[in-house]
Design a protein around this ligand. Sequence first.
Ligand code: NAP
Length: 282
Amino acid sequence: MNPVPNITLNDGNTIPQLGFGVFQIEPGDTAEAVGRALEIGYRHVDTAEMYGNEAEVGEAIRASGLDRGDVFVTSKLSNAFHDPEDARKAFDTTLSDLGLDYVDLFLIHWPLPTVGNGDFVSTWKALEEFKGDGRSRSIGVSNFQIEHLERLASETDTVPAVNQIEVHPYFTNDAVRGYGQEHGIATEAWSPIAQGGVLEDPTITRIAEKAGKTPAQVVLRWHIQRGDIVFPKSVTPSRMEENFAIFDFELDASDMEEITGLDRGEDGRTGPHPDTFAHVPG
Ligand SMILES: NC(=O)c1ccc[n+]([C@@H]2O[C@H](COP(=O)([O-])OP(=O)(O)OC[C@H]3O[C@@H](n4cnc5c(N)ncnc54)[C@H](OP(=O)(O)O)[C@@H]3O)[C@@H](O)[C@H]2O)c1
């Protein structure tokens, strides 16, 4: 029995709450890492056009011998392709690079409100087409702030199934998460252990010692109990196993509160701010 719970999205599809992230895994290392993750039991892989490793993710899924329907695959539109015609071509390339005839979830990677005319609404309408023709089972966004989500709500027909945003104990991002909870948008927490940056925090190491677990396990368990979807990245097999072994213990209410209390607000953010991030690959 796979221990990972499924979350039901607002379109009725389900997603494993724990997956495997492949940001910053070199293409040459990706097939091996994803293959190992699938052996351990991960059934959800989070990639993106901008990670440059979609082909190797697809290769690992085929080599695993698992049925396509048993692995949840997410990819994301490159910042270079917000124009709807570009988005259609880029999505075709994603499917052919992955070697799949559908993805489970496709996201707008960043809103880019300051790039060009800042029109992520027509980009979103292109993603609605991909959902409509069944080539993306679910569609969502990433790094969207409340005002971006409100704009989609007022100008389009589909509520994103997920919003993938930076969340970890130093940056709980609770306003954006709260908007998602009120509007049926599941939160996916990226950099869930802040790329290792929260693992030496004395509160976390103390709770880990008490639980007989590692700091990474405690932090990932905190996300799971908050109801968010996570996909820690690691190229280290022992860490992949460690990050998967988080379903045999529970944090109590005071542990949960203490970890949430580590929030540093904007000072805790490690990645770019979505309102100003304007990187477009050349
Ligand atoms: N939508 C977005 O804009 C966005 C942005 C960032 C990330 N993401 C997604 O979120 C995923 C996860 O985020 P992330 O990769 O930035 O960071 P992360 O998962 O928080 O941390 C990954 C780092 O922590 C180390 N690590 C992993 N498990 C560990 C453990 N048990 N103990 C100690 N160290 C450990 C890894 O090292 P080793 O690999 O060397 O083991 C790696 O350096 C990404 O892979 C990607 O899928 C999305």
